[in-house]
Design a protein around this ligand. Structure first.
Ligand code: CA
Length: 225
């Protein structure tokens, strides 16, 4: 499967180096440019990470110009957290935004979430099966199989399973799960999450697939044979 190629538009060399390394470690290919002009001249990428504060032009103009010619997913990276920029950025067609400083895990989770939503011109290129033990998740088809048997999941159960399986062994905080799988603005009771975990465990046929880490959250891993 072809790696997803990310166009990283970032003029700060220290940030660019960290992001480039982090994305590389996560299996992405990175094409780094430092100006809006270079971003608009670039070709052959599947995804754009766009800094708003660029030396030659406003990142929002770059976003609009990219969106005018393609449906490639764009995540805006900004140090400006005021509401106006967020709204304007999203109206210009950005798929999501992250505010500096951000963690690589958060950034990669957001990139995967945007790719999962299929914002790109060819989601098949961005979509790869996730395999954890006998569990295989095809995000493009929104299908999960366990030892070859298709699991019948609700949309939220699928999203939760795919989110946890994208980083097996990693403990995900309840808050992060709720933010990513449900709604970024939803901070309601977490009973819904517990109910979905219980349903998934039942469908996976083994409680050990999803471990509750007390006071923190959940992690997914293949049960020991
Ligand atoms: Ca900048």
């Amino acid at each position: 499967m072809k790696a997803v190629k990310v166009l990283l538009v970032e003029d700060d060399p220290s940030i660019a180096a960290v992001v480039q390394r982090g994305l590389g470690d996560a299996g992405f290919e990175v094409l780094h440019v430092e100006t809006g002009a270079a971003a608009l001249a670039a070709t052959g990428y599947d995804f754009v990470l766009l800094d708003l504060g660029l030396p030659d032009t406003d990142g929002l103009d770059v976003c609009r110009d990219i969106r005018a010619k393609s449906h490639v997913p764009v995540i805006i990276v900004t140090a400006r957290s005021d509401e106006l920029d967020r709204v304007v950025g999203l109206e210009l067609g950005a798929d999501d935004y992250v505010v500096k400083p951000f963690g690589m895990r958060e950034l990669i989770a957001r990139i995967r979430a945007v790719l999962r939503r299929g914002g790109g011109p060819d989601p098949a290129q961005a979509s790869t099966d996730i395999t954890v033990g006998d569990l295989v998740i095809n995000e493009k088809m929104r299908e999960a199989t366990l030892a070859g048997e298709t699991l019948t999941l609700t949309p939220k159960e699928f999203d939760l399973l795919a989110y946890l399986a994208a980083e097996p062994e990693v403990v995900h905080r309840r808050h992060d799960i709720l933010e990513r799988v449900w709604d970024t603005e939803w901070y309601g009771p977490t009973k819904t999450l517990d109910a979905h975990v219980a349903a998934l465990r039942k469908k996976l046929g083994n409680q050990d697939w999803i471990e509750a880490v007390r006071g923190v959250g959940f992690r997914l891993r293949a049960p020991q044979a």
